[in-house]
Design a protein around this ligand. Structure first.
Ligand SMILES: NC(=O)c1ccc[n+]([C@@H]2O[C@H](COP(=O)([O-])OP(=O)(O)OC[C@H]3O[C@@H](n4cnc5c(N)ncnc54)[C@H](O)[C@@H]3O)[C@@H](O)[C@H]2O)c1
Length: 365
């Protein structure tokens, strides 16, 4: 199937909440090609936008509406003049670790921000044809594991306890994790962030079904690459590793370094979000988006250390509450329903990220 971004352009308006962020700026050009008007609804959150100004990388065709999605009056101002054909809902608090200490802020923006948006669309009788939500792998928590000593019995180990982590019991004994796939693996978040993303999904689905609005939900794995905030200390492990290696430091690895992740480059994610926005139909279930490769953190760190000629990474045994042990996506459904597939390998993606960080630092940014 041809990727859905190939479809013809629409005369309508698209509102992109969080449209000035990492993913928002990456999809801006594609949306501006496809829609006659693109509005980024973004409060230029200081944790991501240090200068609180419009990012240079945001396509000039995009109008920036600077406001907070939790503010009903802001939605009223916007929707007084605008009738969206599609809404792409990206705005969120995104720090997994941070969400444990700032759960109210995460719930307010991710959950109430979503309901304020839906109530406003309803209040103004401006129901869009489609709402696209970028959800997260975090909704799965530890996901489903298979016991090694049985006939493939699947079980949900749930959250690792503090005592387990303090003992260095990183994995679940005699069991292997499985790929994350909606409809097969049940969501079971182990972080406040993950719980708010799952709630977003549930609220959107219930609301959209009731009003006949299409809902497209993508569950993204770890997104990295050029354009990711370099000042946000709570997200972006790959850019953090690059900065350390560039300074000549050995990258510290949490747990035993064998944590498995699915790092997907921003370009591949942007194509997936555009495909979900422009596809002829939506999938009733969430769609998992990953790189198609599963890697350990140690491997990713070694590739980065190699690139910069830094010393080998070292294992610290530290851990972070709310981190899951392993996570990667089964992208079969994405290939089938979106005609999308990942294109960039981890090594090529890391090179692109490192070259971008070098250029940003050389330019004093
Ligand atoms: N980047 C990833 O690895 C990843 C993985 C899975 C899911 N996601 C999801 O994708 C979405 C976008 O992520 P991103 O990486 O582009 O994040 P980002 O932090 O770069 O961008 C988020 C944008 O939302 C804006 N924003 C935050 N709070 C807001 C509010 N209250 N009102 C208006 N705007 C607000 C910020 O200013 C920022 O521009 C999020 O919903 C996130 O949960 C991201």
């Amino acid at each position: 199937m041809a990727e859905s971004t190939d479809s013809t352009s629409s005369a309508g308006t698209v509102i992109v909440t969080g449209g000035a962020g990492f993913i928002g700026t990456a999809i801006a050009g594609g949306l501006a090609d496809a829609f006659s008007r693109v509005i980024a609804f973004d409060n230029l959150h200081p944790q991501i936008h240090s200068s609180r100004s419009r990012p240079d990388t945001l396509d000039p065709r995009v109008e920036l509406f600077e406001a907070d999605i939790t503010d009903p009056a802001a939605w009223d101002r916007l929707l007084a003049d605008v009738t969206p054909e599609v809404v792409v809902h990206l705005a969120a608090e995104t720090g997994t670790g941070q969400s444990l200490e700032e759960s109210t802020r995460h719930a307010l923006v991710n959950v109430v921000g979503t309901t304020q948006m839906l109530d406003a669309l309803n209040r103004h009788k401006k129901l869009p044809r489609r709402i696209v939500l970028t959800s997260s792998r975090a909704v799965y928590g530890e996901g489903a594991w298979v016991r090694s000593n049985s006939n493939g019995e699947v079980f949900y180990p749930g959250q690792r306890t503090l005592a387990q982590l303090e003992r260095g019991e990183w994995d679940f004994a005699q069991a292997e994790p499985t790929a994350m796939r909606a409809g097969t693996v049940f969501p079971a978040p182990v972080s406040v962030y993950g719980a708010t993303k799952l709630t977003q999904e549930d609220i959107l689905r219930a609301w959209a079904l009731s009003y006949g609005v299409e809902a497209a939900v993508l569950r993204l794995q770890n997104v990295y690459g050029p354009g990711q905030s370099l000042i946000n200390p709570y997200t972006g492990i790959m850019s953090l590793f690059c900065r350390l290696a560039k300074e000549g430091a050995s990258i510290p690895l949490y747990e035993d370094g064998e944590v498995r992740r699915d790092f997907i480059i921003i370009d591949d994610v942007a194509r997936a979000v555009l495909a979900a926005t422009l596809s002829a139909e939506v999938n009733p279930e969430a769609i998992d988006i990953g790189s198609g490769e599963v890697q350990t953190i140690a491997t990713a760190a070694s590739i980065i250390a190699d690139y910069y000629g830094a010393p080998e990474p070292h294992v610290t045994g530290q851990f972070r509450n709310g981190d899951v042990r392993h996570a990667w996506a089964d992208v079969t459904v994405a290939k089938k329903v979106l005609g999308w597939e990942p294109r960039v390998s981890l090594r090529d993606g890391i090179r692109a990220l490192a070259e971008w960080i070098d250029a940003e630092q050389a330019a004093g940014r």
